[in-house]
Design a protein around this ligand. Structure first.
Ligand SMILES: C[S@@+](CC[C@H](N)C(=O)[O-])C[C@H]1O[C@@H](n2cnc3c(N)ncnc32)[C@H](O)[C@@H]1O
Length: 266
């Protein structure tokens, strides 16, 4: 399938997820959003500090916890969804800092902007756009964060090229994503529901690291986190079924996929 077609399907799926409020994505379906967030590293205090509706249970880590954000920094969140990590980042960079969320799904942007209005957040802005063509000027951002999104891109090298372009010299990345320990069975690779569920588009950890280094990043470090976070397929939903149907007996998705945390500097 060509890249534009894949992106159109992904956008359609996340548009439906946005409209359903809580939904199925990232290999999960219908978990309690708060419990799910705690299981992947968000504290109760963090969750209390942001609008409830921002957490759609679509994440696979807590990039803001690991990004060491400082007051006054500018942060860009790729695939910001309903604004979950943007609102957290905003509390950390303070009023002199700035957070921009970019998402290609208009319904997600609308939801995030509504959340910002309700929250009275003044230092957060949401822009409609693709992470392969970031609507952000060169050399303007201190930190790029992202949570369970880059696996969904059909052109990942281009995403890292764009991240490099918008970061200030010395700027850093703090990214949560899904990657593979070994190649997925073909049946899963070819299933679009598994792709939407943040598994089918995931690439091998080694390849991920080589790709980031090839974009020019230094001090690249990839840490594998809990293998089950964001990778807990549920047979009741199409994404979970697409994944489980592709596994052999006695196999689990955790044999293949893992949540990773990615660091590096421009
Ligand atoms: C799994 S959700 C994660 C949302 C958010 N980061 C969170 O943790 O709640 C993926 C999000 O990325 C967006 N997305 C996927 N591919 C994208 C692309 N190529 N450009 C911009 N946004 C994209 C989707 O619209 C969706 O909101």
């Amino acid at each position: 399938m060509d890249n534009r077609k894949t992106q159109k399907i992904v956008r359609g799926a996340y548009s439906k997820i946005a409209q359903k409020q809580k939904g199925c994505g990232c290999g999960t379906c219908g978990p309690d959003a708060e419990e799910f967030a705690k299981s992947i590293g968000y504290s109760e205090a963090e969750l209390k500090a942001i609008p409830d509706e921002a957490n759609l249970a679509l994440s696979c880590g807590n990039p803001t916890a690991l990004a060491s954000l400082k007051k006054g920094e500018s942060v860009l969140d790729l695939g910001s969804g309903a604004g979950f990590d943007c609102f957290l980042a905003a509390t950390k960079v303070g009023q002199n800092g700035k957070v921009i969320g970019v998402d290609m799904t208009p319904e997600m942007i609308e939801k995030a902007r509504d959340n910002a209005k309700k929250d009275g957040a003044k230092n957060v802005e949401f822009r409609l756009g693709e992470i392969e063509n970031l609507p952000v000027a060169d050399n303007t951002v201190d930190v790029v964060i992202s949570n369970c999104v880059i696996n969904l891109s059909a052109d990942k090298p281009r995403v890292f090229g764009e991240i490099y372009r918008v970061l200030k010299p010395g700027g850093r990345i703090a990214i949560s994503d899904i990657a593979l320990k070994k190649e997925l069975p073909r049946k899963i690779q070819e299933n679009i529901d598994a792709y939407i569920g943040c598994i089918g588009g995931a690439i091998l950890i080694d390849k991920y690291e080589r790709m980031i280094k090839a974009s020019g990043f230094e001090n690249v470090k990839i840490t594998a986190k809990r293998s089950s976070a964001c990778v807990d397929p549920n047979i009741e939903d199409p994404m979970g079924r697409a994944i489980l149907d592709g596994l052999k007996k006695n196999e689990s998705l955790a044999d293949y996929a893992v949540s990773i945390y990615v660091e590096g500097n421009k």
